[in-house]
Design a protein around this ligand. Structure first.
Ligand SMILES: Nc1ncnc2c1ncn2[C@@H]1O[C@H](COP(=O)(O)OP(=O)(O)OP(=O)(O)O)[C@@H](O)[C@H]1O
Length: 590
């Protein structure tokens, strides 16, 4: 027996309650920023309770004056009652406004905070989550917290005060009525225990379902072309219907649970009010109390039951809130990227950019979290005024190498450095997330976003003039088609580069990278959709200016290898420099 109790104690200590405490602390760090507004809201709520009680007392007097139990000024009492009722309406509106204000502020703050933290989370860890799941956590879970944040301390204080003050008034007027305040408690407690268990699993089910729906919608809408091309419309409609079926069945499950709960709670409410009513009539009949006092009890029995139910319903709402906090904490507790060298890199860039910057990775080993080993003791270097090519069959690790260079991935062993040489010697910094200031990266695929061409390019240099944009477009061989567009650089680009061919979108992406004027340029199959002549022209333009750029390209096509200073092939998880003969062989075999 003792053993069992110990086990339960340990489970409570280590399990749900401990998690809930941590999650509550996490929520509190957002709530405390609005402590003044929360105090205002609490004071308003307390004031509203006092006005409500005052209104019940005045209505008691009014009834007693009318029924002749009390002598008093009817008109004044009536005016006081109306005044208090109007005051109640005004206070409740101000309270609503304050609660919305707090919710909106907290919502915006949590969302922007989580957004910025998600962006600095370790890339590989966050890439394991479906974007639909991330979106649901970021939007729905954050909203759950901001909407429910007031149900904590402020509503707890308000409802406790409401219950105690109403109870005190009841006791003062007729202590026998106090018993009715507690009739509902056992049932409400029982209900809340059942509710609590169901809610934990329902919340998790609901969050998982929402993430699934959001992921499906997002993927379907961004792949409409593929769905049509594969004649997969009916397949997708069927998938949606199945998801909807699951969703409806889950919602109806919830609905049934809340129906049962609310029927039981309403029955309890009826029981309380009818018993109060019956007891009230009896007390009036025996002459123990007046009609006015009975009216007071009837209205206070509602207040007491309401306050009690609100207090009890805080348990499931706390679960809802902490479940959401837990889901957000999962994301925020993932490892974060290291930006501690930001200042050092800014200084480094300012001082050495004009000399050009070299890049070196030595003895790098890297395996993805799923244990796919891509590199073992691989080394690579690139220097200013050089184009370095990375070649190799699909899936050998070219993109992975660029991710390592960009510090999106962190090698398990070996190290990366950037360096610059001047008359004082070689100046080095370790490769971390802060080094990204030095890079321009053109990834595979279409990375244009909706907006004008100019807006797309200014993403990397907001202060760029039109002339600078046009020069970048010229260097990327994109000006030829942009100048023919009726709105030139102010022509609209649709989502994912819609409205432009793959090759055009690639050239716009390259122009964007060039506009940034970074010392190191990384092109991941960035010229794959261009014809050979344009591809060569783009690379020539990139390297022809005096700017000491270091350029690394990954490619399947050996057409540009002749322009490269060194060609690395990824073989047996290493980067091997190809000889002139091997490069010639590659070109011949292509
Ligand atoms: N996020 C990831 N998680 C786990 N494994 C991955 C991930 N991305 C790539 N890989 C694996 O790492 C290996 C190298 O992939 P990578 O994308 O670097 O190849 P690549 O040479 O760029 O291919 P391609 O030429 O087709 O673009 C592959 O076996 C791939 O399955």
């Amino acid at each position: 027996m003792l053993e069992t109790l110990k086990k339960i104690h340990i489970r409570i200590k280590e399990g749900m309650l401990k998690d809930m405490l941590l999650q509550t602390k996490w929520i509190y760090q957002y709530a405390r920023r609005y402590w003044l507004a929360m105090i205002f809201y609490t004071v308003l709520g307390l004031f509203g309770t006092v006005v409500g009680l005052g209104s019940s007392l005045v209505s008691r007097d009014l009834v007693d004056i009318i029924t002749g139990h009390q002598t008093g000024r009817l008109l004044q009492t009536f005016c006081a009652m109306v005044g208090l009722a109007v005051g109640n309406i005004i206070i409740s509106q101000i309270t609503n406004y304050a609660s919305n204000w707090i919710s909106l502020k907290v919502d915006a703050e949590i969302k922007s905070d989580i957004f910025s933290k998600m962006l600095v989370t370790d890339w590989e860890s966050i890439a394991n989550y479906h974007t639909g799941d991330l979106l649901t956590r970021w939007s729905s879970d954050a909203s759950n917290i901001s909407n429910g944040i007031l149900s904590w301390i402020p509503n707890l204080i308000i409802n406790v005060f409401k219950f105690i003050s109403a109870f005190a008034v009841v006791c003062y007027n007729d202590i026998t009525f106090a018993i009715f305040s507690f009739i509902g408690i056992p049932v409400s407690l029982l209900m809340s225990k059942t509710l609590m268990n169901r809610m934990v699993s329902n919340n998790q089910r609901s969050a998982a379902m929402n993430a699934k729906m959001s992921g499906f919608n997002q993927e379907s809408f961004s792949n409409i072309q593929t769905i049509k091309a594969f004649d997969a419309i009916s397949y997708y409609i069927k998938r949606l219907k199945n998801l909807q079926k699951d969703y409806i069945s889950m919602r109806l499950d919830f609905q049934r649970m809340s129906m049962v709960t609310s029927v039981i709670m309403s029955l309890v409410g009826l029981l309380v009010s009818y018993s109060s009513y019956g007891w009230g009539i009896y007390r009036v009949w025996t002459g123990a109390i007046s009609y006015g006092t009975m009216t007071l009890f009837l209205s206070l029995s509602g207040t007491l039951t309401g306050a009690l139910n609100s207090l009890i319903s805080m348990v499931p709402s706390a679960i809802n809130l902490t479940t959401s906090a837990g889901r957000l904490m999962d994301i925020l507790e993932m490892p974060q990227e290291d930006y501690s060298l930001d200042d050092a890199y800014s200084e480094f860039q300012k001082t050495y950019q004009s000399n050009g910057i070299s890049l070196e990775l030595s003895d790098i080993s890297y395996s993805y979290q799923n244990s796919t080993t891509v590199f073992e003791h691989a080394s690579l270097e690139a220097h200013p005024h050089e184009i370095i090519a990375l070649v190799g069959p699909s899936g050998e690790g070219k993109t992975t190498m660029l991710r390592l260079i960009l510090a999106l991935l962190c090698p398990q062993s070996g190290n990366g450095t950037v360096s610059s040489e001047d008359s004082d010697g070689i100046h080095k910094l370790p490769l971390t997330a802060s080094a990204r200031k030095l890079f321009s990266y053109v990834p595979q695929g279409n990375t244009m976003t909706s907006g004008t061409i100019a807006e797309n390019l200014r993403m990397v240099k907001p202060e760029a003039t039109d002339d600078e944009i046009i020069s970048a477009l010229k260097a990327a061989c994109a000006w030829d088609f942009v100048k023919l567009l009726p709105d030139g650089i102010y022509s609209e680009v649709r989502e994912r580069g819609g409205g432009f061919s793959e090759g055009q979108a690639q050239r716009l992406s390259i122009a964007r990278a060039l506009l940034r004027h970074s010392p190191i340029l990384l092109l991941d199959e960035a010229t794959s959709a261009l014809d050979v002549a344009t591809e060569r022209a783009v690379l020539k333009n990139i390297m022809k200016d005096d700017y000491p750029r270091t350029c690394i390209v990954t490619t399947h096509r050996p057409t540009v290898l002749g322009m490269c200073k060194r060609v690395y092939a990824i073989r047996e998880k290493q980067c091997v420099i190809l000889s002139a003969e091997e490069i010639e062989q590659l070109v011949r075999d292509f």
